[in-house]
Design a protein. Sequence first.
Length: 286
Amino acid sequence: MFEQNPPAMNLRDYMRSIETRNLLRIRELEKSYHNGSGRSQRDLLVLDHVSLDVAEGEFVTIIGPSGCGKTTLLNIIAGLDGYDSGEVIVTGHRVPTSGPDIVMTFQEDALFPWLNVQQNVEFGLKQRGITKEERKRVADQYIEMVGLTRFAGSYVHELSGGMKQRVSIARGLALNPRILLMDEPFGALDAKNREILQRQLQDIHTQTRKTVIFVTHDVREAVCLADRVVLLSHNPAKIKRQFVVDLPRPRRSEDPALHGLINAVLRDLKEEGEFAEGEPGQAAEQ
């Protein structure tokens, strides 16, 4: 039974509108971690029968209590972590055999400090055997898209935190993935740079129509960026509720039109946070 989502379109109608474009299919996904303390204690169940479809070109944000399994879900989609049961299908292939269709960026920029911006963006293309001329053409395109053309020859230590994240985004986009996974990429930034990157990411999504799955702990950010917000429950994680953001872009996290939806997500998230606080001894897992 789907719930009505403010402000306009309900989830049932939204899912029907995108079902012909589904790119990612997750079905009854379960994941647990061994407790490592013998057979007398149960393993920690992190993901409990999670099912989710994501359409081509959709921007989906995932939010939930700290340690509920958001990053674990992203790692599974990326093929970086295994799972116990269920299935994850990307472009017709079962993960972890989906290969270059998926690129993941992290809160830490993970750039190579001995390479400049241009070389960092070209790195993955070079590994794929792309010609020097084509690497430069593609890298120039995405460096310009993230507004760093003037800094193409700069090294990592010469860049601000926000600029480093823009390089990471350009490097991911240069590989032309079907799905871009983003794990709290703006979490370490100050409020001003975070707002700038949120706006820029919306512009990039509008230009490229890449499928983006974005994990964040910030409700305003989740609603500001997304076509759909997926709220996970406390451990073990299930999909508690989904919210359709039926508003035009570009958006700002302070836009009054977003307030009703932000408050709705906050109410449900608060319930999960209170549940988590009431269970001492729970293992923390991002």
